[in-house]
Design a protein around this ligand. Structure first.
Ligand code: ADP
Ligand code: MG
Length: 431
C-alpha cells in the first residue's frame, strides 16, 4: 500500500489486490472513509483532490512526488480554471470531476499491473494533431513494484453540452435525423487509427507486424473465451432487458447454444490467416458510448482501457479490434431502440443494422484509401474478432451489467448472418 497526501483533507491510496491495484481517494486522517460513491457527503475530497492535481499541472513541469508517484504534463499549458468542482454523475466505471467547467479530472479505480499504453496513446494523438479527442493536459502516475508506471488520474479539457453515443446514436436512429451517423463513426475511427499509426517524434515506428504465433494466441484466447461464456451464460437467463425491467425476447443460454458451433467455426478462420498482420496503438474499448457529440463535432474519450481487457493484452493490437467493437455497438444501438419499442421493431432493426454496419465499414475503408493507408486494417481479422467481441460483451454483462445482456443476445442472428467478408486474396481477383 502507498498513500500520497494531496491536501490537508485528501490523500490517494494504492491498495494491492490479486493482479490489480485498487486506487482510492480518502479523507485524510479518517482511515477507511473513502469518497465513493459520487454524491457522498465526502465528495468534497474528490473535488479538493482534483483541484490539487490541476494546480500541480499548472505550476510544475514533470514533477517527481514521493513514493513513486509522478506528474506528467503534456499538450498545451493549462490555465487555472474558475472556481467550482462537480462530479460527473452519469453511468461510469471511474470517478470524474469537472473543474470550473473547463477541465475534467478522471480518477481511475483500478489498474492492472500490465503495460498500460494510455499515456503514449494520448501523447501520440497530441503529437500528430488529432483533434477529435478532448485536449489532454497531463496525468498522475504511480510506479508499481513491478517497475511499471501505471496511470492514476488523467486531466483533459471539458466539452460543454456533450452527449455520449448511447444517447445521441439512439436518438439519431429513433428520430431519423442524422441518418448517416454510422458513416460518421466510420470516418472518425479511420482517422483515429491513421493518427495512431502515423510516424511521429514520439513513435517513429507506429506500425509493427506480428505472425502466426500471435495469431494462434488470439485464436486460442477467443476459443477459451467462448468456452468460458458457454459455462457462465445461464447467469443471464433471469436478467431483465434494460433498466426498466422489460422481459427480454430470448433466453440467453438457449440462443448461445444454437449459435455456438457457428461461432467456433468463425473464430477458426483466424487459423487461415497467412503471413503477417499489422498491430498498432488502438483505443482498446471503442464502442459508441466512447464517442461524444458536442457543438464542436464528435470526440473520442476513455482511452484508459476496458474493464475486461486481457491482462496479457499487448500494447499494440490490430485496428480490427476497435472496428469489431464499434460494429457490434452500432447493432446494439438498434437493440436499444427495439427494446424501447417493446420489441415491436426487431425486423426493422435487423435490416437497419445490416445497412448501418456496411455504411460504417465503407466510410472507414474509403478514408483509409483516401490517405493511402489501407495497411491499417486487416479485414481477415474482422469476422473472428466480431464473434470474439460478442463473447467479451456477454462476459461483461455477466460480471458487471446483466440487464445489458439482451442487447448482445439479440444481435447474434443478424451479426452472424452478415459477417464482414474480406476481399479475395490478390491472385483471385479477376483481371
Ligand atoms: P468511464 O471510464 O468511467 O466510463 P469516461 O471517460 O467514459 O469514464 O467518462 C464518463 C462520462 O463522462 C462520459 O460518458 C461523458 O458523459 C462524460 N465525459 C467524460 N469526459 C468528458 C469530457 N472531456 N467532456 C465532457 N464530458 C465528458
Ligand atoms: Mg466510458
Amino acid at each position: 500500500m502507498a498513500e500520497l497526501t494531496l491536501t490537508s483533507e485528501a490523500s490517494l491510496v494504492v491498495i494491492a489486490e490479486p493482479n490489480v491495484w485498487r486506487l482510492e481517494l480518502r479523507a485524510a486522517h479518517s482511515p477507511g472513509a473513502t469518497v465513493e460513491p459520487p454524491g457522498d457527503p465526502t465528495a468534497d475530497v474528490g473535488a479538493g483532490a482534483s483541484r490539487w492535481l490541476v494546480e500541480q499541472l499548472i505550476d510544475g513541469q514533470e514533477t517527481l512526488l514521493p513514493l513513486g508517484f509522478q506528474l506528467h504534463r503534456f499538450g498545451p499549458a493549462a490555465t487555472s480554471p474558475p472556481p467550482g468542482e462537480r462530479p460527473i454523475t452519469s453511468d461510469q466505471t471511474n470517478r470524474s470531476v469537472v473543474i470550473g467547467e473547463q477541465l475534467v479530472v478522471k480518477w481511475l479505480h483500478r489498474v492492472d499491473d500490465v503495460e498500460n499504453p494510455v499515456l503514449r496513446t494520448l501523447r501520440q494523438l497530441a503529437e500528430v494533431g488529432f483533434d477529435a479527442v478532448p485536449t489532454s493536459f497531463g496525468a498522475l502516475t504511480w510506479q508499481a513494484p513491478s517497475a511499471r508506471e501505471l496511470p492514476c488520474a488523467l486531466v483533459t479539457g471539458f466539452l460543454p453540452d456533450a452527449v455520449d453515443g448511447w444517447q445521441w446514436c439512439v436518438e439519431a436512429l429513433e428520430s431519423g435525423q442524422r441518418p448517416r451517423f454510422a458513416a460518421e463513426l466510420g470516418l472518425l475511427s479511420a482517422k483515429l487509427h491513421v493518427a495512431l499509426g502515423t510516424p511521429s517524434a514520439l513513435l517513429p515506428l507506429p506500425m509493427l507486424a506480428v505472425g502466426a504465433a500471435q495469431i494462434r494466441t488470439w485464436h486460442s484466447q477467443a476459443r477459451q473465451r467462448l468456452d468460458d461464456l458457454a459455462e457462465q451464460i445461464s447467469a443471464l437467463d433471469d436478467a431483465p432487458a434494460g433498466r426498466f425491467g422489460a422481459q427480454p425476447r430470448q433466453v440467453p443460454s438457449a440462443s448461445l447454444a444454437g449459435y455456438r458451433e457457428q461461432m467456433e467455426s468463425v473464430i477458426d478462420r483466424l487459423l487461415d490467416v497467412r503471413g503477417r498482420t499489422p498491430v498498432q496503438l488502438i483505443h482498446g474499448d471503442l464502442h459508441v458510448g466512447q464517442v461524444l457529440s458536442w457543438p464542436g463535432g464528435l470526440s473520442v474519450i476513455d482511452f484508459d482501457g476496458s474493464p475486461v481487457r486481457e491482462v496479457t493484452a499487448t500494447e499494440r493490437q490490430p485496428a480490427a479490434r476497435d472496428v469489431a467493437q464499434l460494429l457490434l455497438s452500432i447493432d446494439q444501438v438498434g437493440r436499444i431502440v427495439d427494446r424501447r419499442s417493446g420489441f415491436t421493431r426487431t425486423a426493422e432493426m435487423n435490416a437497419w443494422s445490416t445497412v448501418a454496419r456496411a455504411e460504417f465499414l465503407a466510410a472507414y475503408r474509403t478514408e483509409l484509401a483516401r490517405v493511402e493507408r489501407p495497411d491499417v486494417l486487416d479485414p481477415r481479422l474482422l469476422a473472428p474478432f466480431l464473434v470474439d467481441q460478442i463473447a467479451r460483451d456477454l462476459l461483461y454483462a455477466i460480471h458487471f451489467l446483466p440487464r445489458w445482456g439482451y442487447a448482445t443476445i439479440d444481435a447474434l442472428e443478424t451479426i452472424l448472418n452478415d459477417l464482414p467478408v474480406p476481399p479475395p486474396p490478390p491472385e483471385q481477383i479477376p483481371t
